[in-house]
Design a protein around this ligand. Structure first.
Ligand code: SAH
Length: 240
């Protein structure tokens, strides 16, 4: 069944006009027409079964048939990702959504790439990844902020899993063993790594857990994927 992310409100009484792109996708790419059914979600109102009412020059209109799934509560895993080049940043965003993060924060660090970030593009990537995985919520992507500001603001009380490739941090699974349940954030540095000053600030910060992802230096996007999968496997929704 085709799943589409839409922006409009979804409620019992009413239909929905698709964007021209989605209309073309349905009729020309997927060859669907009036009477065919699709699933739609907007990240707020759960998932709905919808039927194509009209597909023509005036656009593609859907009738909402019934709600198929309720909106789940947002999860509590956050990715804090240093700004890296566009392609690995986009990969990291898509994979983080697939792996169930609730929010993505972009960090400006000393060695981060210049900020060419287009949040709207990252939001589209996040929405497409959510569409594909079947998850109903779409993680928020926050505009880039300095790492120090993110840390000062306290991450809403989440423990920070600091992926530290330089040195002596214990392996992630060992470091998180026995950790009480609670919100977690995973921090990934830029391709140039963290500066010595950033590392020592991170290491001395309360609530930060330095971890290693093994003996190989991973690219930032790979590191994000590995760290999130391990956290979800140790404490999160990959356990069951
Ligand atoms: N400083 C490195 C590259 C950094 S890799 C260099 O140029 O030599 C980008 C980010 O991925 C790091 O800042 C870290 O957060 C994460 N990372 C990569 N490999 C890792 C590993 N083996 N253990 C922990 N974190 C790792």
């Amino acid at each position: 069944m085709i799943r589409l992310h839409v922006r409009d409100e979804l409620s019992g009484d009413g239909g929905l006009l698709l964007s021209p792109d989605q209309g073309r996708y349905l009729s020309q790419v997927m060859r669907r027409g009036p009477g065919d059914e699709v699933l739609v979600f907007n990240g707020r109102d759960g998932e709905w079964l919808a039927r194509i009412a009209e597909a023509g020059k005036r656009g593609t209109r859907l009738d909402l048939v019934r709600r198929t799934r309720a909106q789940p509560p947002a999860g509590a895993l956050v990715l804090v990702m240093a700004l890296v080049k566009r392609t690995p940043l986009e990969t990291a965003v898509a994979k983080a959504v697939e792996l169930g993060v609730a929010e993505i924060r972009l960090a400006i660090t000393e060695r981060a790439n210049a900020d060419h970030t287009r949040i709207d593009r990252l939001e589209t990537i996040a929405a497409e990844a959510a569409e594909q995985t079947g998850r109903l919520d779409i993680p928020a992507i926050r505009a880039p902020e300095s790492l120090s500001r993110i840390l000062e603001a306290g991450l809403d009380g989440a423990r920070l899993v600091f992926c530290d490739e330089a040195g002596d941090a214990p392996p992630l699974l060992e470091a998180l063993a026995g950790l009480p349940p609670g919100p977690l954030a995973v921090l990934i540095g830029p391709e140039g790594g963290f500066s010595p000053a950033e590392r020592s600030a991170l290491r001395s910060r309360e609530g930060t857990i330095p971890v290693s992802l093994g003996p190989r230096i991973l690219r930032a996007d790979t590191a994000a994927l590995v760290a999130l999968a391990l956290v979800q496997g140790a404490l999160g929704d990959l356990r069951s």
